[in-house]
Design a binder for this molecule. Sequence first.
Ligand code: NAD
Length: 498
Amino acid sequence: MKLEYPEIKKRAAKLKFRTKAFIDGDFAAAQSEETFTTENPATGKPLADIAACDTPDVDRAVRAARKAFDSGVWSRLKPGERKRVLLKWADLLETHALELALLDTLEAGKPIGDCATMDIPDTIHCIRWHAEATDKLYDHVSPTGPENLALIVREPVGVVGCVIPWNFPAQMAAWKLGPALATGNSVVLKPAELTSLSAIRMAELAAEAGLPAGVFNVVPGLGETAGQAIGRHMDVDMVAFTGSTEVGRYFLKYAAESNLKRIILECGGKSPQVVFEDALDLENVANNAVGAAFWNMGENCSCGSRLIVHTKIKDELVERVAKLAKTWKVGDPLDPRNRLGAMIEKPHLEKVLGYIAAGKAEGAKLVMGGRRILEKTGGCFVEVTMFDEVSSRMKIARDEIFGPVLSVIPFSTEDEALALANDTNYGLAASLYTQDVNRAHRAARAIRAGTVSVNCFSEGDITTPFGGFRQSGFFGRDKSIWAHQQYTELKTVWIQLA
Ligand code: NAD
């Protein structure tokens, strides 16, 4: 269904927000009765007062999750039965897709066009895909001698804490929930404090689909309180985290100082887009480069924020990128004609503007953008921004800006290009463009990143694992069957035969 701007605004105004935690199959205020306020970053106006969960609420949610897990009501259910419930949940998510898209647009400032056509459909597809896999995975029998039988089986880890970011609220929840629930775990999920609404609604719909009470709990709250309580909890068996590298480190510390829970981290990035001089069709390259750099306002872990270009084609590509980027309109995220919405919040907007100032101060050449715009709306809008003549030493080339700021870095040889691509602490994603099949293979293997796209910008699809090398992650891969594996323990059952 294609909706126009006035109708979308009307629907958004009519939305009802669920603002409480969802624990043991029901809504619950925080035990302290404290709340925190979320704002619409496109207007600066308050949206909702959300239950501010803290240690007692996390304790309650973990107790409910443990009880459900130990009872076997979900963890020992036939895989085909789990599949049935999860598929029903996916159907309900689909029925409420526009509502979920609007919730993410209002809280995160993301364009409704993206939420309605990418985030929420991908969320639903992710739940369906993992559900479908549930009763198609086999365990192993080991090749022992005839006097023994050894089974190598996978069992759910137990109670899984999921702590997620604000940039793809529903989708990041689904990337954790799909495989964690499909493999029989119980989950306590903490959404980012800036974007709690879609996760709470997803939990309500899961209960409606028949997910037993306690299997999926949502505890909205701040990172230092609710997030830390999950990280340090002695009865949480595993934490699946997506967020910044800085906060990811805390979870390793929490685990070390508590019960050595399994930790998987999906963290930040500073992804290169390497364009060799023989790249086919520079207009196509420019199109991909603009998408990689500016999609989701650059608030994207795989944001292709470093455009590493051969000097022979650099000026032409920069011109084409600038021309295309100008067509990506910035404005009210509820208007489907806008490709970019608002930055998530004022402090983040200021951080991004600070990086733009640093780029200028360090001598990079500002090609376009660079300013805050639409201030009268009260929203956090920034222009699509591009710097040329950036060196790999500059702050804008090293730090994850998490905004619509593209740095163009020139090179002359393949070795130099690959060295520049790898000159980062991160290693989440990369793109490369060339017509030479040998170079494509050589470069794809040489670049140290979890996903390398050739002649396109992509995060793969649900069938491919997604996660990072180096400080972009820690043992984690979302999506695909590899995601299933990380939510399971490997057990050997060794049998002496008579
Ligand atoms: P963040 O690290 O600030 O927060 C992530 C989550 O951690 C939130 O729920 C937050 O409340 C919680 N948290 C914050 N401080 C905490 C603490 N002291 N203890 C426990 N929990 C705490 O990240 P963000 O700003 O929400 O998201 C942006 C980051 O997420 C970027 O770095 C981006 O690259 C990364 N990200 C990575 C992927 C991926 O798949 N690799 C995907 C999306 C986003």
